[in-house]
Each structure stands twice: as C-alpha cells, then as structure tokens.
Design a protein around this ligand. Structure first.
Ligand code: RIB
Ligand code: CA
Length: 306
C-alpha cells in the first residue's frame, strides 16, 4: 500500500517526541513536513525539541516554526508534566536549522500543491492548522483527514473541564471541526487506556538499544508519575497509531461542540456519544484502544530507528 502523506503539527513535549519517532519509523506514513507550535513549553523549546528528535531518527523532514501562542488568551505551558526543557530534562543532541518560513505558509503551500489529499496530524494546540485554514479555507478540499489528540468526554487534565490542547486554543479547534474536512479525535478518555506503567516501560526498554529507543525510554522514565493513575497516559502516539494500525481502535461518530466562553468551562469539548442533539459537526471519536497491541507496535517500530 502506498504510504499516507501526512504533515504533523506538534508541541514537543515528551509524548510528542515519541509520537514523532513512531511516525518517522513507520512505512505506512510519508511524513512530508513537521510544523511546531508553542504549547507544552515555549515555541523556542518545542522547535528545538522537534529538530532534535528528527535528527536523532536520521530522517530528513523539514521542520517549520509556527505560532508561539493561541489565537486568543494568554500562553500557558505545562512544565509540570514536560519539564523546563520539554523533554523531562533529557537532553538530546541539537538538530539542524528549521526550514525557512512560517508553519501556516508551509501548510498552505503543501496542502494546496499536494497531488493527493494530505492527512494533517494535530498533537498540540491547533493554532497553526487553524491559521492555515482561516487564511485559505479551500484547503479543506485537499485534506483527506485531520487526526487530533485533543479534548475529552469527561474530566480535563489542565482544568476540570478541559484537555490541554483544546484549552490552549479552543477557537482553533472550533475552526478545524467546522472546516469541512473529516476529523478524528483521540481524547483523554482514549489516551487513558495507554498508560505507561512500570511493566510497559520495562518491556519497551527491553526491545532494543538504539539511540531513539533509549531516548524514548529515558524521557518516559524521567516523566513525573500521574497523580492517581498507575502510569502516565501516552497521549500523542495514540493519534499516530490510529493512522498506522486503525484495527487497534474502535470509533464512534459524535456531534461535538467546544465551549469558548470565558470561565471554568472554557475549552471543554462537549461530545454527545448518543447523538441526541446536533450540537456541532460530527467527529470520529476514538473510543477504545487495544493497549497491549499499541505498546507492542510502539516497541517494534522504535527498534527500527537508529
Ligand atoms: O492533553 C495532552 C496533550 O497536551 C498532549 O498533546 C500533550 O503533548 C499536550 O500537548
Ligand atoms: Ca502534544
């Protein structure tokens, strides 16, 4: 099967780093570009981290700098989870220079020129993707699918109501959901099924000795424990795995609405699993995950990297 052409927008970020490794190790995907947004840590660090991870894999993929913050509202990082450097304190050799130009312009040019519709993977605040679609709405006609790690049916992780990516730029998420391209979402309720327990981390580390696998293991081992789960959810690689091996997932098409109002509910994704009311555009929600299969896939793919 021909590899699926994708562009990944990210905010590395510990889980983003492993998601990038998984994507770059997988022949099912043709990663044509990586765009970076401020999120888990500031843009200067998320950009440096993306460049370092790409260099570690030995792959030649252009990396573009994007938005430093969301469309509206203040920028808030998540250093409690990702550490000051965004990789839980793990220091990777520096990568190459970023590609010239802005992420939104690279997204526009590449989607517009693509011979076959591109898939956009959004694993950070959705600002870059939204800016491209706001500047050129017709791009949606050449987007095969937008796959996001974002949102939650239930409790948020950055506030009781909201998941971090959705909360960081809810207007951008609303733009994506309404753009006309099919959207699939790995929410917190999905990623809570992909917990990095000590046993899974040990099994991952035993898969091999390559520099990428070692870095992934070190990043996960250095990440803080979850306050009440037996392991930290491995959020962003779930979105990548959905494109590589969709049989690991079950899905449900649900109307979804984003709460944009100021206050404690801002960024909440209202997901109607029963489809009772047309509260917003139908979105493919990734509902369940074969966790054993997911971690086996992750280990097998990371051993393919140097
Ligand atoms: O809420 C988890 C999401 O927010 C992940 O993408 C993580 O990297 C952060 O960006
Ligand atoms: Ca992320």
């Amino acid at each position: 099967m021909n590899p699926r052409p994708v562009i990944i927008d990210c905010d590395p970020g510990t889980d983003d780093a492993i998601a990038l490794m998984l994507a770059l190790a997988s022949p099912e995907l043709d990663v044509q570009a990586i765009t970076v947004v401020g999120g888990n840590v500031g843009l200067e660090k998320t950009l440096a981290n993306a460049l370092a991870v790409v260099a570690l894999t030995g792959k030649k993929v252009p990396v573009y700098a994007g938005a430093a913050r969301g469309l509206l509202g203040p920028f808030t990082s998540e250093v409690r989870v990702h550490g000051e450097n965004g990789l839980a304190g793990i220091v990777l050799p520096p990568g190459a220079a970023p590609a010239p130009g802005l992420a939104l312009d690279a997204l526009r040019a590449r989607v517009r020129a693509a011979a076959a519709p591109l898939t956009l993977l959004g694993i950070g605040p959705a600002t870059n993707l939204a800016l491209a679609l706001m500047a050129e709405p017709d791009l949606a006609g050449n987007i095969a699918e937008i796959v996001l790690m974002s949102g939650a049916w239930g409790e948020g992780n950055v506030t009781p109501a909201a998941e971090f990516n959705a909360w960081s730029d809810p207007e951008a998420l609303a733009v994506l959901l309404a753009c006309g391209a099919p959207v699939a979402m790995a929410t917190l309720d999905l990623t809570a099924q992909a917990l990095v327990t000590p046993a899974r981390l040990a099994a991952l580390g035993a898969c091999g000795q390559g520099r990428c696998l070692s870095a992934a293991r070190d990043i996960l081992a250095a990440s803080p424990a979850h306050p009440f789960l037996p392991g930290a959810p491995l959020h962003d690689p779930c979105a990548i795995a959905y494109l590589i091996r969709p049989t690991l997932f079950t899905t449900r098409l649900c109307p979804i609405a984003i709460d944009l109002a100021p206050g404690p509910a801002r960024g909440r994704t209202h997901i109607d699993r029963r489809g009772r009311h047309a509260i917003g555009p139908p979105t493919l929600i990734l509902e369940t995950l074969d966790a054993a299969g997911f971690f086996a896939l992750l280990g097998e793919r990371l051993t393919r990297l140097p």
